[in-house]
Design a protein around this ligand. Structure first.
Ligand code: NAP
Length: 495
């Protein structure tokens, strides 16, 4: 595939869609799926088909495991410094081609170009960060308490890893796994979401150009994820499953992995509370809400899903939020003026419309938005609801769209109790000028990540992940992300 070179100019017309039909990326080769099937990739802004990609079978998946196994010994033995240089080159090439990659993400996912550019920068950073981590893997050496021997602990790559990613960040969810896996010395098979496969394939071409050896990264797309994943996990050479997606699919994959005793990292769903106290700076809270709610048009696991606002600031917050939401430019993601692109599928729009109708029926007021437009494209308008009762379905379900439900609260205790009233625990946001209060509340909210007076929490240099039903393990951060792909080997030595 020569898409990366052809498309350096960055204009959508420069993207050669036909080159994506070259097939799966296995063992450094582009190959057709053995079943001969294809998957249509749809532009969510227009509902037209962009291109199609190969539809992998179980046989293709097993061929990918074989390729990853063949490449494993040489990659494991490649000097960390060399692995680091290759990862660094991936970062550089992604950065050089950021315009093209952002356009591709906008085309297949629908997100606004400004969000897509942010995603590419974030995604590339995982390569730079892990290039630096690759040469910092160290072990432990010490005397056993009995004095009879030394305890040596060596950290080794786990081996072959199956990586499964969702559609909402087609680049970043993949690089957040691939970069630490490669830094640790593992080989991988990536199965991206079937609705957004193009970015994963474009990145595969970049990895090869950067010097990642054949078979170290394999990419396959399929409409049959259950059996294809099951076949890979059944191969005893596969030692790791790293999954990002919904809690429901995560649970079934954990059960599958348990049968083979495979190490699992799970980045699952969210239902983030966004808590604004009376003593917050209103403009800071509104800025934060626009980022936490509207980055990616609300299609983010960290998206503010429940906005709890204290009574004294509630009305001003709702008015300010509605004004900002109404001012957003809605349109095709690839249009540079767009601030809110379409949802990923018609099904996603229908789910959001159902949640809004349910809240309205239970007494919520629609302050702005609330009606899906007719015509082509999976659009839903930026929407603010107030007076949402706690019984509303959206208080408990991920909305995954541009809808901000505001709930009023009175006391700190009440805010904490309501924030924790969910099975999820991924991210949470707190706004207050009283740092002691913000830290106290941060300590009591059950979430893996807390943002104070800001709407963005993700950072490759910090451990990303959730508690409760939001997942197991961490990605990124000092040692956290890379250690998910390494195993400790203990050696007792007498000398
Ligand atoms: P999803 O339906 O769970 O799909 C995620 C991935 O799993 C896709 O590649 C999908 O393939 C695959 N998959 C589906 N069924 C499978 C099966 N039986 N066996 C193996 N793989 C299977 O989730 P999504 O709708 O794409 O993504 C949205 C969800 O992801 C939200 O809940 C969001 O919160 C979560 N998310 C979490 C994080 C985090 O870091 N915690 C980050 C982003 C998103 P197909 O595309 O072919 O269905």
């Amino acid at each position: 595939m020569n898409i990366t070179k052809q498309s350096a100019a960055g204009h959508p017309d420069g993207l050669d869609m036909a080159s994506f039909s070259q097939g799966l990326f296995i063992g450094g080769q582009w190959c057709a799926a053995t079943g001969g099937g294809g998957i249509a990739v749809v532009d969510p802004s227009t509902e037209t088909t962009l291109t199609s990609v190969a539809d992998a079978t179980v046989d293709d998946a097993l061929a990918a495991v074989e390729a990853a196994a063949k490449a494993a010994p040489a990659w494991r033995d490649t000097a960390p410094r060399r692995r680091s240089e290759i990862l660094r080159r991936c970062f550089e090439l992604m950065t050089e081609r950021s315009q093209m990659l952002a356009t591709l993400i906008s085309m297949e996912n629908g997100k606004a170009l400004r969000d897509a550019k942010g995603e590419v920068a974030y995604a590339a950073e995982f390569f730079r960060w892990n290039a630096e981590e690759a040469v910092r893997i160290s072990g432990e050496f010490g005397m056993a308490p009995s004095g009879t021997n030394r305890i040596i602990v060596d950290y080794q790559p786990m081996g072959i890893c199956v990586l499964i990613t969702p559609w909402n960040f087609p680049a970043a969810m993949a690089t957040r796994k691939i970069a630490p896996a490669l830094a640790a010395g593992c080989t991988v098979i990536l199965k991206p979401a079937s609705v957004t496969p193009l970015t994963a394939y474009a990145l595969a071409a970049i990895y090869a150009e950067a010097g990642v050896p054949a078979g170290v990264v394999n990419v396959l797309t399929t409409t049959n994820p259950g059996p294809v994943t099951s076949a890979m996990l059944s191969d005893p050479r596969v030692r790791k499953l790293s999954f990002t997606g919904s809690t429901g699919v995560g649970r079934s994959l954990l059960a599958e992995a348990a049968r083979h005793v495979i190490s699992c990292s799970m980045e699952l769903g969210g239902n983030a509370p966004f808590v604004v106290f009376d003593d917050a700076d209103l403009e800071t809270a509104l800025d934060g809400a626009m980022v936490a709610k509207m980055r990616n048009a609300g299609e983010a696991c960290t998206a503010a899903n429940r906005l709890y606002v204290q009574s004294g600031i509630h009305d001003a917050f709702v008015a300010g939020l509605a004004a900002r939401m109404q001012a957003l430019a809605v349109g095709p993601g690839t249009d540079s003026a767009t601030e809110c692109g379409p949802m990923i599928t018609r099904k996603a729009v229908d789910k959001i419309a159902r949640l809004v109708a349910d809240a309205r029926d239970r007494g919520a007021q629609v302050v702005c938005g609330g009606e899906a437009p007719t015509g082509k494209g999976f659009f839903y308008p930026p929407t603010v609801l107030s007076g949402v009762p706690m019984e509303a379905e959206m208080a408990h379900e991920e909305i995954f769209g541009p809808v901000a439900p505001v709930y009023r609260f009175d006391t700190e205790e009440e805010a904490i109790a309501r924030a924790n009233d969910t099975e999820y625990g991924l991210a949470a946001y707190i706004f207050s000028r009283d740092l002691a209060r913000a830290m106290r509340v941060a300590g009591r909210i059950e979430a893996g990540m807390i943002a104070i007076n800001r709407g963005l929490v993700s950072d490759p240099a910090a451990p990303f992940g959730g508690v409760k039903q939001s997942g197991l393990g961490r990605e990124g951060g000092q040692h956290h992300g890379i250690s998910e792909f390494m195993e400790a080997k203990y050696i007792a030595a007498t000398f």
